[in-house]
Write a protein of this length. Structure first.
Length: 161
């Protein structure tokens, strides 16, 4: 036995364990639902919302062919990597809300449909993606993941993009 002085290695191990300790909270979730061949093959439901505040070049998100019910038959060349998933894709277009038109109001209201009060920094309610996340939270460790890209340039002299 050493005389009460801990080695550098023992201290680093202890720090590593203390950092990892909070992650043990998720272990029961995985233990209760072990991975099986059927659970892997069925997968977890996912939903992605893509928002283009300044629009997109015409035609990029228009499929090459749809049937009379709007089902995707053939995707265009830009969408071709999504071909294996086309039966699960819905592409709404020309969505318009009188409360969210314009660059500034469109972003905070596009998934709520409510009026945006910039003074209160409030989009008016729970957004559609968060409603879905409530239903997915039992199936996945990350029920909601919000990602954004920084635009370049300016909308006006006062609003950076």
């Amino acid at each position: 036995m050493k005389s009460g002085i801990y080695s550098r290695r023992a201290i680093l191990r202890g720090i590593g364990a203390s950092i990892a300790l909070p992650l043990l909270d998720v272990v029961p979730t995985f233990a209760q639902a072990p991975l099986t061949a059927s659970s892997i093959s069925t997968g977890i439901n996912r939903l992605a919302y893509l928002y283009f505040p300044n629009g997109i070049p015409r035609g990029i998100w228009y499929p090459e062919e749809t049937d009379q019910n709007g089902r995707l038959i053939k995707l265009n060349k830009w969408m071709s990597p999504l071909e294996p998933h086309k039966s699960n894709i819905i592409i709404p277009s020309n969505i318009w809300t009188p409360e969210g038109n314009g660059h500034v109001n469109g972003t905070p209201t596009w998934l709520t449909g409510y009026d945006y009060d910039s003074r209160a920094v409030n989009a008016g309610g729970v957004s559609a993606d968060q409603i879905v996340a409530r239903h997915l939270r039992e199936e996945t460790l990350l029920p909601s993941l919000e990602l954004s890209l920084k635009g370049e340039g300016y909308f006006s002299n006062s609003l950076p993009r």
